[in-house]
Design a protein around this ligand. Sequence first.
Ligand code: HEM
Length: 518
Amino acid sequence: MIDLITFISILLCSFLTPKIINLWFKKGTQEQAQRLPPGPPRWPIFGNLLQLGQLPHRDLASLCEKYGPLVYIRLGKVDGITTNDPDIIREILLQQDEVFASRPRTLAAVHLAYNCGDVALAPLGPKWKRMRRICMEHLLTTKRLESFASHRANEAQHLIQNVWTLAQKGDAINLREVLGTFSMNNVTRMLLGKQYFGSEFAGRHEAMEFMHITHELFWLLGLIYLGDYFPLWRWVDPFGCEKKMRDVEKRVDDFHTKIIEEHRQRKIKQEENDQTEMDFVDILLSLPGEDGKKHMDDKEIKALIQDMIAAATDTSAVTNEWAMAEVIKHPRVLKKIQQELDTIVGSNRMVVESDLTHLNYLRCVVREIFRMHPAGPFLIPHESTEATTINGYYIPKKTRVFINTYALGRNTKIWDNVGEFRPERHLSVDGSRVEISHGTDFKILPFSAGKRKCPGAPLGVTLVLMALARLFHCFDWNPPDGLKPENIDTSEVYGMTMPKAKPLIAVAKPRLAARLYQ
Ligand code: HEM
């Protein structure tokens, strides 16, 4: 006699299998009629999901090499396209911006971005528009960023002191830690009025908890979670990903609740005419809410805090670590950067922000890093709001768009010797200032373009250039004993950002007068 479970399974199979086959063939016929872009053959149910490995940006890059500049893929039940081509990217991000400027509602965005109530992961619509406007008009204006210039100068000096102390001890330096601390402190000082690491730090336990949950958050946000493409997977969740998302959601929320409460208490205690500088949380607490409400909801404030931390810290820290790795690997480039710094800044003072626009060769180095190791290998995936066509190919509504910036930077049709680190390729013929943006040719895309372009780009560029200029000006750099520069490992891991697989360890030797490091 068959047991009940076997009976139900047989019943379900006999009911579902014809439906799935039917749907699959129906879909196939529709697709043929509407001429989707070319792409690899697909499995039933899974589509091309099983063809993506640990480094999906490389897998999708190979598909573009094989099938052309615009490739159709199917991820479970979700339509997807990918491209490595400047003209198609321009078409998607500028010409058809309105169609492609939405975001997919992924489970990570639901759990970790307050039900898509933030800026970065919110679908296109009035809510996203309002939250983005708050960022642009109240947090990231030139005037507001200028008001934090002294904090940034202070953190740049703190970075140098930190490295100097380690160099005096003769220790090899873990640059991932040092650069992560620099980015995190800069962002949390602006955002939360707190420095989490260093002399005025917020308390060791709080700092460690903060670092820990931030790392888990980044990891979960970058994950290609099968439950997003294949709903049955959610029933099983064999690796406990969704459980982890809920766990991190709760811990992050507790953390933000505490921050908001601290700011409210501080405000109550403050004298009325107190002129203490306002941080981002103070500003958000002072803004009116939607529909005539006196204040913004706590949930909205938390979603914005979350976005700023996630968007600003890892992107700049990862870019800086790649730049240090490639430059130490290429001593010729380090020499040229230092010659430029010695000419423009000299050896009697530290680099200041106003120097950064004049450091044209260093700017080429940063552009070359964005070409070879872009912080966002797929930007943040976009989604189409309606069916459309690109180059005569049909793109269905709700198609997920993987703009492959990694493959763009290694596209042999637009770059020569793609694996060679050669900053000079970005020098302008007339010697004019080298811009760290996509420009008109869209051959690199560090901060994206169109409605969803990064609103923090000027701050991001400053954080990157400042850390690098100071570190190369103040120190000579070598790999640890026994490792030749050319053997420095430059393999990557995939995530929301694309960090170096192994932390960069290097030895620093001061090159300026000792008094300047104090
Ligand atoms: C080197 C540093 C940075 C890099 C490389 C970077 C890069 C990016 C990229 C590639 C995107 C996705 C754009 C798209 O999907 O089309 C993005 C979005 C975003 N970035 Fe940045 N970013 C950096 C720094 C910052 C900073 C400092 C902030 C704020 C303080 C910031 C805030 C944001 C926000 C809020 C979004 C979402 C925009 C939206 O969806 O409307 N970023 N960034």
